[in-house]
Design a protein. Structure first.
Length: 158
């Protein structure tokens, strides 16, 4: 197995165990992360985002499969099942992750999933009616960014 394949497996095994510190150690200091909710995280922000999500989640379960990697890039498929705290609705998110590597660490991590499907599950009727719109996606991004800023400020104080 290629070492970068082992790295991806280490990352997602830590994710399953809610071990955000190990997840953070898998990232290069200059990592770039992107997904439809957190589109432009850089450096320590990426690891802090996982810390926020894992410390706030009560019922998150993660599965992963199809891990592939070589010296430059890699990918895997993963699924998250959890209760969206904003509405109390159950979400089953199916994600495809793509990676780039630098110095034996993840330097780029892009998660791809259907925002419409996610919004339909997390927000119910509102998500079904507006989940296709850029307006709703940007609103969710702003709300997530605001919550993330508050989390970082709280971490800085403790």
């Amino acid at each position: 197995m290629h070492p970068n394949q082992v790295l991806i497996e280490r990352f997602y095994t830590a994710f399953q165990q809610k071990d955000f510190r190990t997840m953070q150690q898998c990232y290069h200091p200059d990592v770039r992360f992107s997904d439809p909710v957190f589109p432009k995280l850089k450096g320590a922000e990426a690891g802090l985002m996982w810390e926020m999500l894992l410390t706030r989640s009560n019922d998150l379960t993660i599965t992963f499969s199809n891990v592939q990697a070589d010296y430059r890039s890699g990918s895997c498929d993963w699924e998250a099942t959890y209760t969206f705290t904003g509405t109390g609705r159950k979400v089953h998110n199916v994600i495809h992750a793509e990676f780039l590597f630098k110095n034996d660490l993840i330097s780029r991590h892009d998660d791809h999933f259907s925002f419409y499907t996610w919004a339909s599950q997390a927000l119910g009727l509102t998500g079904k009616l507006l989940g296709w719109s850029r307006f709703l996606e940007e609103k969710i991004q702003r709300k997530a960014a605001d919550g993330f800023r508050k989390f970082i400020q709280k971490q800085a104080k403790s």
